[in-house]
Design a protein around this ligand. Structure first.
Ligand SMILES: [Zn+2]
Length: 462
């Protein structure tokens, strides 16, 4: 037999299969973009066009980051230490208003670079700006993704939408549908399109219903930000008489193809509905400490939702709120529920790893192809370096990786059978060029938006 890629001598392969087998001294054979065999070294024979020696390394399924804003990557550091309303109105909207198409492309490249270098192989993006150009960047990066064009049609007194974002329900639905027609299943099926209701509160009943009909027709996901903060939930109740989840239920939108982002503030009734309708959740535990006031750890029910069988994936959110895209650090953050609940037995490292793999795959309606290392699945995997201080001594490699590790331990990344990074060198994107370009573009957009002064250290630079 001859394979495209043969990974040999891995100290461990964490399969995430039904039995959650961890294989020692393992090999993985890849052909035509798929995993064709995985097992003990002796059980896999044959040669390959490319052989990767994985001694002192651990193979994991590629990590799945279910909430990322690619075009906000250049806004890193522009919105630290502010409350949510100021975060969006005084920092993000000015930034976005000054973002050119070329900036958006640079931003997306920088984000994809960070994602690859920290072990994400698949992500979901709810739709920023210039999304067709962004999709081209994602295609080139080799990453797997669900991309959307975001839709909204309401403006409220406290929340004026910037001019270029104001659309009618039918215009927003039409543009969203055309995006799906253009982008769904491109790049050998590596890029899928979805719909997005940007925030439930800024979408009319008509828009929500139309988008749901379209998502069903195309068999794709609907991403939406919901139940994020207390002020947002209060405002929603004031405007519509009910909160986000109940409103979506009333409109017939709440369903298994909805990926609801944040979902911090849920009533008992809403938590039960989420389970009943098989709604998917993108939990973003690193957003809250940065954009203070989300209440993720204070009121969030994520450990209990997981216990109840709800699909809870993890997302890094955006560079101006979480400030990093490293999904290993995002997964780590979920362990703080042990402190909140005074319960060291919850959010075990094995459970946490499920959020970034199997749950991520389910959240993106992609579990038939990704999320675990099994014959027949797409070849999306990472090699983690075990020859590091963080991974020493080694009893439980998953514990070390989640508790002590970070995305910086990821040595090699493969998506759809294509090597995106080897020995930490990214092969699909020009790292030096992107860093230089992004630093320049980031400083320039901050200057144009008048945000430079606000981003300086508290201490003088001489
Ligand atoms: Zn978001």
């Amino acid at each position: 037999v001859s394979y495209d890629i043969l990974i040999r001598n891995a100290d461990f392969a964490v399969t995430m299969n039904q039995q959650r087998e961890i294989l020692s001294s393992a090999s993985v054979a890849i052909h035509d973009g798929k995993i064709v065999a995985i097992g003990k070294n002796a059980s896999i024979q044959g040669d390959a066009k490319k052989t990767i020696d994985a001694k002192r390394k651990m193979v994991l399924p590629g990590l799945i980051n279910s909430h990322i804003h690619l075009t906000q990557q250049l806004a890193r550091g522009l919105a630290d230490n502010v409350l949510q309303p100021a975060w969006i109105h005084e920092r993000i909207y000015p930034y976005e208003a000054h973002l050119t198409e070329s900036d958006a492309i640079t931003s997306a490249k920088l984000a994809c670079l960070e994602l690859i270098k920290t072990g994400t192989t698949t992500f979901a993006e709810p739709g920023g700006y210039h999304m067709d150009a962004v999709a081209d960047v994602v295609d080139k990066s080799g990453l797997r993704a669900v991309l959307a064009r975001s839709a909204m049609d309401l403006s409220t007194a406290d929340r004026q939408l910037p001019g270029n974002l104001r659309e009618t329900a039918s215009e927003a639905a039409r543009q969203s549908e055309e995006f799906v027609q253009r982008q769904h299943n491109r790049a050998d099926g590596r890029i899928r399109a979805s719909f997005c209701l940007r925030i439930v509160r800024v979408c009319s009943d008509e828009l929500c219903i139309r988008i749901k009909e379209l998502a069903n027709r195309y068999g794709v996901l609907i991403q939406t930000h919901a139940g994020s903060t207390k002020p947002s939930v209060d405002k929603t109740r004031e405007l519509f008489g009910v909160t986000d989840v109940l409103r979506l239920e009333r409109l017939g939108v709440l369903d298994s193809n909805v990926l609801a982002i944040h979902m911090n503030w849920l009533s008992d009734e809403e938590a039960a509905l989420v389970k009943e309708r098989d709604v998917k959740i993108a939990h973003c535990p690193t957003t809250s400490p940065m954009a203070g006031g989300y209440g993720t750890f204070v009121v969030g029910r994520f450990p209990e939702l997981i216990e109840n069988g709800v699909t809870v994936s993890v997302g890094a959110d955006a560079a101006p709120c979480s400030n990093f895209l490293d999904v290993v650090r995002v997964m780590y953050q979920t362990i703080y529920f042990r402190d909140i609940r005074s319960n060291p037995f919850m959010m075990r490292p094995e459970t946490v790893l499920e959020l970034g793999t199997l749950h991520g795959a389910r959240a993106l309606l992609w579990e038939d192809e990704i999320g675990s290392l099994e014959p027949g699945k797409r070849a999306d995997l990472i090699l983690v370096d075990l020859n590091t201080p963080e991974m020493t001594p080694l009893h439980n490699p998953i514990s070390n990786f989640i508790h002590a590790g970070s995305g910086a331990l990821v040595d090699t990344s493969i998506v759809n059978g294509i090597v995106l990074m080897e020995s930490r060198r990214v092969l699909t994107l020009d790292e030096d060029e992107i860093l230089a370009e992004a630093n320049q573009a980031g400083l320039a957009v901050a200057r144009r938006a008048g945000l430079t002064e606000l981003a300086q250290p508290q201490w003088p630079i001489s």
